[in-house]
Write a protein that binds this ligand. Sequence first.
Ligand SMILES: [Zn+2]
Length: 302
Amino acid sequence: MKTLVRYGYVPFMLLAINGAGIAIAASGGSKLWLLALLLLAIAASFTAERVLPYREDWNTPHDDDRRDAVHAAVNETLTLGSVAALPVLTAVASIDGVWPHDWPFILQVLVAVLVADLGITLVHLASHKVPALWRLHAVHHSVKRAYGFNGLMKHPLHQTLETAAGVAPLVLLGLPTSVAYALALCVAVQLLLQHSNVDYRVGRLRVVLALNQAHRFHHLKWAGIGDVNFGLFTLIWDHLLRTYSYDPERRFSSDDLGMAAKPHYPNGYLAQLAEPFRPSGACAADEPQPETMSEQAHPASR
Ligand SMILES: [Zn+2]
């Protein structure tokens, strides 16, 4: 069973769940089926984490399970709302005749994924460099454990900014609503995989796909050291921007995650919504750095 999860979990999520979602969206099926697939993906994420955890203690709630459920419910509702509003946006802002409507549906989804990947990755990178954006993004970096469900945990305003950057070019290109629904499911599945506490393996694909092995480096708590591997779907842009980092020997614990400068970040949902707008939500003037080499990623792997 562990072997099945180690090598089968990612193909199940990327090929079976996303594949079924793409088929439903292509056939114009009920959106409730897409919601059912999302719930199935979340259930699969929790199950796989119990069969083959990267860390046992990351399966135990850190006073975060109910809060993360609220984050996920709010953020997914926002996503569905923005897809529902898409026809209005494309009606006024798209350039006619650009979108490849005659391509196979799955290729249209792939185009949407790659375009969205660029916009979301760039806003993510900017969120680590621009103080006003970091205030919003810090909510997501306050996590003390990495598990699938906290991929959906972020400030709704920050999610809106990321979505806008990812989808705006697609709106100009005339993104069909059916493709947008498939894209929304792919994003949610990717966030589950990227933060997963499953000790899965994808071989050399880990160099290209933005999955959990690379993403854990992004959650290292020290300023600068965690500014790597920004990609959502792929690490293509990290390779080009020279922000890719990986060290196969590195192991992670809760002591490595979060924000060294903000060890007492608010934990409750409403407190997290308010924190970016409080004086304490600003960047720290003095960012702590790791005390030993073993605490940080090996610089040579940068
Ligand atoms: Zn980040």
